[in-house]
Design a protein around this ligand. Structure first.
Ligand code: NAI
Length: 470
């Protein structure tokens, strides 16, 4: 049988593409070696980490925050097994939800390992199913959405007990006394926060001189301050050059990358989380043999319609590079399928929001101030959450909203939020930028009172004229 579409990988890119394709009348098979759809994001990424971030924040609040609201908590304790059970139940519910959507849309899901197989008629997908069956799936279109996997540091292989990737750090049985996190990026800061709140000492070792270098510098400064207040320590400009396990302890040898620091130092800890980025997941896919080209970092090369170098074979999501975010993969999943059906299929890469779910959350869309100044004369409006009435009422006054607009046209170029609901607030900014809004457009939009999003309106007022409550 000739299928319309065979998708390899059922993460947010692949499964969303499958559903959209079915909606457009295509006959779809999707293959994933995990028994459950949802990929890294649902199984061992975004969703379980958000469950733990939420639970650990509640625990931390009961210990240290409730008092300021007049609530006394005595005997506050954690049951890590139960917390993990809640996380696992959330993951199960959501992955079952995708299985339901596959059924509803007549999408065939096969659990197994898929690879490309060249044959005289073209290329097909060979599947070694977990059931023991072998399939050779022929299709008009093949979509690779195999995502990414954590990068290992040489000499520090993951055992998921003492040397953890994000997967292991989502399932620890108890907080390590001292957790060293290598990499001050998204994963390091989110999972570092979880274990700090649950009782670990946490030290973040970062090779550059700041956390999440892709974020606006004001955001980085504010986030760093909040994380230091939480009790996380940072060591910047350092790399791991040696590792040894001895008597239950992990010993790391650090080398300074900046000559003002002591050149070498040793650090001992109980567990190490390696969060230095992710690399495309392309091994054993038969890409090279089939003639699918990758770049020098292993990302599959595609054109603007997500076509690879092999006709009929497409790729989306982390495996093609760019922002390694679930929602970017989802947008590409929809775009690629729509373009297979002759529709426009377009992703606006200038307006992909990014959120780090620390407390406060940080959220950004568009250009940072530094990037904006490279090409534009800019004006910047900033409004602090301390002047927002809901932030005051709820006690979540950390953070600000910052809007960067073109000085001549007033068009919004970038928006950066730090605050308790920054992740929700950034949607408004993304929508505004998608519609090509000016800061005046946002400022003249009526915002409900009292909400955190009034800070967005005030920052916009500040950008084009003057904030009211500042
Ligand atoms: P990342 O790219 O966010 O951060 C990695 C950090 O490690 C960088 O700051 C880098 O300078 C540092 N680094 C690299 N090599 C190092 C070394 N040898 N020693 C010390 N530091 C080193 O990568 P991360 O945190 O692993 O996350 C992977 C991807 O997952 C990210 O691209 C992110 O987009 C995605 N993600 C997104 C989340 C969200 O949307 N909230 C949450 C978690 C992950």
């Amino acid at each position: 049988m000739m299928h319309d579409l065979v998708i390899i990988g059922a993460g947010p890119g692949g499964y969303v593409a499958a559903i959209r394709a079915a909606q457009l009348g295509m006959n779809v098979v999707i293959v994933d070696k995990r028994g459950k759809a949802g990929g890294t994001c649902l199984n061992v990424g975004c969703i379980p980490s958000k469950a733990l971030l939420h639970s650990s924040h509640k625990y931390w609040s009961a210990l240290y925050d409730f008092d300021k609201y007049g609530i006394t908590c005595e005997g506050v304790d954690i049951d890590i097994q139960k917390m993990m059970g809640h996380k696992d139940a959330v993951v199960n519910d959501l992955t079952s939800g995708i299985a339901f959507l596959f059924k509803k849309n007549n999408i065939q899901f096969i659990e197994g390992h898929a690879s490309l197989k060249k044959n005289p008629e073209g290329v097909a997908v060979h599947v070694n199913a977990s059931s023991g069956d072998v399939h050779l799936l022929k299709a008009h279109h093949i979509l690779i959405a195999t995502g990414s996997e954590p990068i290992e540091i040489p000499g520090l292989p993951f055992d998921e007990i003492k040397i953890l990737s994000s997967t292991g750090a989502l399932s620890l049985g108890e907080p390590p006394r001292h957790l060293v996190v290598i990499g001050g990026g998204y994963i390091g800061l989110e999972l570092g926060s979880v274990w700090k709140r649950l009782g670990s000492d946490v030290t973040v070792i970062e090779a550059t001189d700041d956390i999440v270098m892709t974020m606006d510098s004001d955001v980085r400064e504010a986030l760093k301050k909040s994380l230091k207040n939480l009790g996380i320590s940072f060591k910047f400009n350092r790399k791991i050059v040696g590792y040894r396990a001895h008597e239950g302890k992990q010993h790391l040898q650090l080398l300074a990358t900046n000559e003002t620091l002591e050149k070498e130092e040793m650090m001992s800890c109980d567990a190490v989380l390696v969060a230095v980025g992710r690399r495309p997941h392309t091994q054993n896919l038969g890409l090279e043999e089939a003639g699918v080209e990758s770049d020098d970092r292993g990302f599959i090369r595609v054109n603007r319609h997500y076509q690879t170098s092999l006709p009929g074979v497409y790729a989306i999501g982390d495996v093609i590079g760019g922002m390694m975010l679930a929602h970017k993969a989802e947008e590409e999943g929809i775009a690629v399928v729509e373009s297979m059906k002759g529709q426009a299929g377009h992703v606006n890469y200038g307006v992909i929001p990014a959120v780090i779910f620390t407390q406060p959350e940080v959220a950004s869309v568009g250009l940072t101030e530094t990037q904006a100044k490279e090409k534009h004369t800019v004006k910047v409006g900033k409004f602090p959450m301390t002047a927002n009435s809901l932030a005051k009422a709820t006690g979540y006054t950390e953070g600000f909203v910052k809007i960067i607009a073109d000085a001549k046209t007033d068009r919004v170029l970038g928006v950066h939020c730090v605050g308790a609901q920054a992740g929700a607030m950034i949607a408004e900014a993304a929508m505004a930028m998608e519609f090509g809004a000016s800061s005046e457009d946002i400022a003249r939009t009526c915002h409900a009172h009292p909400t955190m999003s009034e800070a967005m309106k005030e920052a916009a007022l500040e950008t084009f004229s003057k904030a009211i409550h500042k």
